[in-house]
Design a protein around this ligand. Sequence first.
Ligand SMILES: *Cc1c(COP(=O)(O)O)cnc(C)c1O
Length: 401
Amino acid sequence: MTLDGHLQARLAAREAALLYRQRVTVESSNQVDQVAAGNPFVNFCSNDYLGLANHPQVKAAIKAAVDEAGFGSGASHLVSGHSLWHHKLELVLARLTQRPRALLFSTGYMANMALVTGLLENGQSVVGDKLNHASLVDAAQLACANKSKSSFLRYKHSDMADLERQLKKTSAGTLVLTDGVFSMDGDIAPLPALAALCRKYKSYLAVDDAHGFGCLGPNGAGSVLAAGLSVGDVPVYMGTLGKAVGGFGAFVAGSEALIETLIQFARPYIYTTALPPAVAAGNVASVALLRDEPSYRVRLQENITLFKAQAKHHLASLEGVKLLPSDTAIQPLILGAEKRVMQVAGHLLQAGYWVGSIRPPTVPVGTARLRITLSAKHTQQHIDGLWLALAEALKVTEYDR
Ligand SMILES: *Cc1c(COP(=O)(O)O)cnc(C)c1O
């Protein structure tokens, strides 16, 4: 069989399973009011939770940096790619997260690959929450496959008794991985309990705060500081810059020894080009805004409260539809069947609302969902309108569940 023949069979199977994914081309900037495929939409699926991706001060910072630094960084950080702009961003991130140092990465995916593969040594194991982000899962699998006597164990979502069972199977020095805010469920990890168990079993806790950094905690410093935990409790903190920061990139923050170890041993840090300096400058401007201006988080919180109040009202008479108990910007509406998720999302698109359709393998089979994300930039009108359209779409598709 030709390669294409082989691939076409795979693609056909994917399509038959209603799991085929398609991209939509956006024709405007990333804002709450967006144009895609020629139509205007209200976006309820972006991770730009604070609406900073289009902030005039951020744009101005990037333009100014381009004039000074040009476009590309030209090399990896360990060659000649590490600039003053990167350095400044690392200092800002370390100070905000109250950690000795921070280290920049090109993406969150790479930061997770780097921290797990860079820290793990022969004989050390990894234990992760079953609902962790794909990048943490991939990182753990890769790291353990390349070490002798290292295993990757998973515990039931946020289940501390199950985590303890897994920790009993491993020796001291296990790396415990969790999302701070779970990306598909929106709930916050039980960080104090996780830190206590890690202490008891002499294990090291790493928190991926892609959805908490910027939104939670003092000055947006994230879920770990929101839980009152220090670098002693959570030695490895990872945050991304492509979500609430509205930019691009990621970082790991922790002790001097942690950061130096990653610089020496983490291949996804070493063997890749540094971010463009202007991207670092844009991130600095954006982090300064969210750090110094609580109103973005206040507006987001108001929208979360409004959305949940509306949900209670509209879902009261509907069966088989469940909003997960989330207090964050991620509000998942579980519909169960892939087909219904696609139908409801299609109705919403026609009404001018764009929400995420999340299906297996991203989430467990039988929990296909609409992933609705809120932004500080949504108005009451946007949220009212979404719920009216959603209630209508859920009624129309009731018999297809
Ligand atoms: C988005 C996300 C990542 C990946 O970050 P990128 O910068 O987009 O590569 C990692 N972990 C979690 C929990 C995420 O939601």
